[in-house]
Design a protein around this ligand. Structure first.
Ligand SMILES: Nc1nc2c(ncn2[C@@H]2O[C@H](COP(=O)(O)OP(=O)(O)OP(=O)(O)O)[C@@H](O)[C@H]2O)c(=O)[nH]1
Ligand SMILES: [Zn+2]
Length: 184
């Protein structure tokens, strides 16, 4: 556990005018440091470790959709959470990826300081790298606390980002099938 990080949180507690000796705050620097390390553990992960060889031969060449993977990330501008849902589709090319690995990929890239556009691209690229798929489509819908709790304070706006690679980019029918499957 990083003592240095805990020390930084102690400084924050002092700087905002709180009493660091107040009972409820005594363990807070260490707790906050642990929480921050958890929320940024994606920096310690590598794609091949996350995939753990869970790639299986398959003759399936129909679209696979993994819908509604929840995500919790932090915006790199304010270090405040953005929270949402990720949908991933791909067209296998002789190999399929273990189902849980899609969520693990999303977690690995979410648990870093991010902007939603880059997160979407990194997830799509990782699925393509892991599967050699014919195409990959990723859509993320999220709400940004930096827009809700502060700043413009808009509670109801959602950001939707998409990245289409391979056949999802080249073939409008593939993209339409993805969007159709998502609607149903
Ligand atoms: N495109 C994009 N923008 C983001 C994301 N997360 C936060 N932002 C925006 O990043 C911008 C940073 O703008 P700045 O003007 O430098 O910072 P600021 O003064 O705190 O901005 P306000 O939020 O408008 O108060 C803001 O418009 C945020 O809404 C993201 O995932 N994608
Ligand atoms: Zn922000």
């Amino acid at each position: 556990m990083s003592e240095t990080l805990a020390q930084q949180y102690l400084n924050i507690i002092r700087e905002i005018g709180e009493d660091e000796h107040r009972e409820g705050l005594l363990d807070t620097p260490m707790r906050a440091a642990k929480a921050m390390q958890f929320l940024t553990q994606g920096y310690q992960q590598q794609l091949d470790e996350v995939i753990n060889d869970a790639v299986f031969s398959s003759e399936s060449d129909d679209m696979v959709l993994v819908k509604g993977i929840e995500l919790y990330s932090m915006c790199e501008h304010h270090m405040l959470p953005f929270i949402g849902t990720c949908h991933i589709a791909y067209i296998p090319n002789g190999k399929v990826l273990g189902l849980s690995k899609f969520a693990r990929i999303v977690d690995m890239y979410s648990r870093r300081l991010q902007i939603q556009e880059n997160l979407t691209r990194e997830v799509a690229q990782a699925v393509l790298t892991a599967t050699d798929a014919l195409g990959v489509g990723v859509i993320i819908e999220a709400k940004h606390m930096c827009m809700m709790m502060r700043g413009v304070e808009k509670q109801h706006s959602n950001m939707r980002t998409s990245v289409m690679l391979g056949s999802f980019r080249e073939n409008p029918k593939t993209r339409a099938e993805f969007l159709d499957l998502l609607r149903n």
